[in-house]
Design a protein. Sequence first.
Length: 373
Amino acid sequence: MQTRRLGRTGLTVAEIGLGTEYLLDSPAEVVADVVQTAVRAAHSACYIDLLYNHDAFLERFVPAVAPVREQAILGVHWGCGETGGRLVNVRDQKVCRRFFDNVIACPEIGYADVALLMMVDSLVEYRDWVPQALDALSDYRRRGLARHLGISTHVPEVGMAAVESGDFDVIMYPVNVSTRFVPGTDSLYRACAEHDVALVAMKPYGGGRLLSRNTALSLHMVQSGGESLSMKKVATPKPMQLIDYVLAQPGVSTVVPGVRSTKHLGDALAYVDAPAAKRSHAVLLETIRPHADGECVYCNHCQPCRAGIDIAKVTRLYEQAIAAQNPNRQRRAYERLDTPGSACIECGDCASRCPYHVDAPENMRAAASFFGS
């Protein structure tokens, strides 16, 4: 696996690391298998984001990471706690300290390679809470227990303030194919590169939403960064394509996909040995985009069709075909349809039922013209 600099920390990390959020309820053997497989695959320092720092999870995580601790770059969150088994933001510095100590007091761990101020998602909080947290962490830094400082945020303005402050070595921020539509994210990525602040890319799959079979997607701001988005997805991407997009962005040092199993981890690691053409994210730029009124999301609210046309399928094949360099696959699928788009009688029933105001008869005409039927 290729490696990159973790910004100005002087550390080297593998391009693909590990997020542990989805391992919370996994058995100990699964946690161990995932963690150790990730580190072995890295062949060097694997960045591991340890989000949960309470006893119940540490009982499974610590034995998992202990044999490979020296090959792991461990990010530990300051401001993360737990209530009734649920992850919560903590802003009381004494409570932050207690949960942080839960981790570094484990002899098998000993210190945080990166201490991350957790989920600072407003400029007010950045101004009011961050200085307190930095002051509380100063003793840990002096003793080598928090070797580098980072901050996690989902808001580009907060990320930019953190980069420009000079206080942080690492920024953890959502980076995926949807974030390019959020104002300020591109500027943040470039600022990280220019200031040599490592960008640890979380949410490469948009919290899993980008991998779903759904064609109409709603991404929360923690999945897309900065603001919620309504997206349209013509085709379902592969994890390796989404990772390829992330690693192509300026400033990114490592991507930390969250996985539930070694299978999920393997889907991400497939990027490493895949031919460049197979893992290329280029097609994603055409097939994943913001949804606009008047665009079909293939929901089938338009059915039934008097002429027997599968309107959503015809529309999808047409849109995939015009986005493809070689549309032969879509053409063959269209030719196998029981009823082609040219059978449309333009009764208008479909358009009247569509909640997205799609001109379905026009789509049928366009498909018939493109496919020649």
